[in-house]
Write a protein of this length. Structure first.
Length: 481
């Protein structure tokens, strides 16, 4: 029997990702969903600044990196296939595409000798050419999207610990709109640009029709089988298990149930993949990317932020190389730290892209409307975390599963603010350049002490004091975006 990876997930959001019964989960999700809706109503001048994605020292990438069947090529071939099948829908996703970014990519594809070599990077640098837009094809069995002009991984080379030039892949159930899948892929590409292109990323999005869900499971399992990861039959059995909290099939059954209820709840997770040298994501329907679903019109910008959150888990996983499940689990460390950093980094990226006028404007025309409001989002997170900490009578150290403050708001939102606080005090490069850069060689407690100059217990006390300050003082440490 295979151990299927670590589960780091985002239930939209809150509590569960692990414990709790199914019905408890559903209740929590509905509540959270209400909160998400109310959050989006308020306004705050998005303001200025820009260039979030920018920089990108392309130097890092190309040279040493991988190996691996450079032939890959799914990308280039795309066009022919897509025009036929996708006809009406392609436009949004692919049109803008072809022209601009293509140029850089082929260079990457070329070189490349045989095997995986490559010095593991210490600092997780920015990656090289990442396309601006995804191209999508309807393969019949599923929809597949990847960066325009970028190669996709073939085989199962070990890319952990590096940045690379392969495109993240969004693989979506065939009952979903191709533009929804394109929005998922575009969000993955932005995240790759921002935090480094790690991989290999396989992001599976389940839909509401059972036959389409079964087909996507077959696509997943055929890949595992072809890449000598897992036998097809065992993969299909395990991935189709029901009831199960985290089988692939459960993301479909949850989606179908939520649609029937008219609830825009969602669940998605980084479900391991180290043993297969990939990052295995599964998601329920991101309703905000397709407003034709009758679930109360959630905005697509929230789903973009969610994809960013998930991608950041891949960045975290990319920072430690062991294949040992227990070691990986230990290095993901406290729930507040892993989920809080993913939550905060995702919010920050969404906020910056909004300020640059990019986030909402690049959604396809079928996505739910509504801007992303960084300050409001962060204020809501802070208020909810404070309320939960008052209720539970504990602090960040109690937000692990089974702890007395084991709630989504305490762990995710409290954790997000813990990272706001740490960043304000120590600088915005410490998380990546010190903590995650040293995590492979160190225990997380030591990496934390190295990064932040104190033990985590000392930090808990300090952060508790911060939570008792007046709101205006707390909000004043948010970075301007
Ligand atoms: Zn998460």
């Amino acid at each position: 029997m295979k151990k299927v990876g670590l589960l780091v997930c985002l239930l939209l959001v809150a509590s569960a990702c692990g414990g709790a019964s199914d019905s408890d989960d559903l209740a929590a999700l509905r509540v959270e969903n209400e909160m998400l809706k109310s959050q989006t109503t308020t306004t705050v001048a998005p303001t200025t600044t820009v260039a979030p994605t920018t920089t990108v020292a392309p130097t890092t990438t190309v040279a040493p990196i991988t190996t691996v069947a450079p032939t890959t090529s799914v990308a280039p071939t795309t066009t022919a296939v897509s025009t036929t099948t996708v006809a009406p829908t392609t436009t949004a996703v692919s049109t803008t595409t072809v022209a601009p970014t293509t140029t850089t990519a082929p260079a990457t594809t070329t070189s490349v000798a045989p095997i995986t070599t490559v010095a593991p990077t210490t600092t997780i640098p920015y990656s090289g050419p990442v396309s601006e837009f995804a191209v999508c094809t309807n393969e019949g069995t599923h929809i597949q999207c990847s960066g325009d002009g970028m190669p996709v991984v073939e085989g199962a080379p070990d890319l952990y610990g590096k940045v690379n030039s392969f495109s993240p892949e969004a693989l979506c159930a065939s009952d979903l709109d191709i533009r929804l899948c394109g929005d998922v892929a575009n969000a993955l590409l932005w995240a790759a640009k921002e935090w480094g292109n790690v991989g290999a990323i396989e992001y599976y999005v389940m839909g509401v029709e059972e036959s389409a869900a079964d087909s996507l499971i077959e696509v997943f399992c055929n890949r595992r089988d072809e890449r000598n990861n897992w036998s097809r039959s065992e993969c299909i059995n395990r991935s189709s298990e029901l009831p199960s909290e985290f089988s692939m099939k459960s993301y479909h059954t949850n989606s179908a149930a939520w649609l029937a209820e008219g609830s825009a709840a969602g669940t998605m997770g980084h479900n391991g993949g180290r043993e297969w040298n990939m990052h295995n994501f599964t998601s329920s329907v991101p309703w905000g990317f397709d407003s034709s679903y009758d679930v109360g019109s959630p905005p697509g910008t929230q789903d973009q932020q969610t994809v960013f959150h998930e991608y950041f888990h891949a960045v975290q996983h990319n920072s430690h190389l062991s294949y040992d499940w227990d070691e990986r689990d230990r290095k993901m460390w406290h729930r507040w730290f892993a989920e809080g950093s993913a939550d905060y980094m995702a919010a920050l990226l969404a906020g910056r892209l909004t300020s640059a006028g990019l986030l909402e404007s690049r959604l396809s025309e079928i996505a739910g409307k509504g801007a992303y409001e960084f300050v409001n989002e962060m204020t809501e997170k802070l208020n909810r975390a404070k309320a939960d900490f008052i209720n539970c009578g504990g602090n960040l150290g109690d937000t692990g599963r089974g702890g007395k403050c084991d709630t989504g708001d305490a762990a995710y939102s409290g954790g997000a603010w813990a990272h706001v606080y740490l960043e304000d005090k120590h600088g915005d490069d410490v998380l990546m350049d010190v903590f995650y850069a040293n995590l492979d060689a160190m225990e997380p407690e030591d990496a934390f002490a190295l990064a932040y100059g104190q033990t985590v217990e000392e930090f808990y006390v300090e952060f508790e004091q911060f939570l008792s300050l007046p709101l205006s003082q707390q909000l004043s440490i948010l970075p301007s975006i």
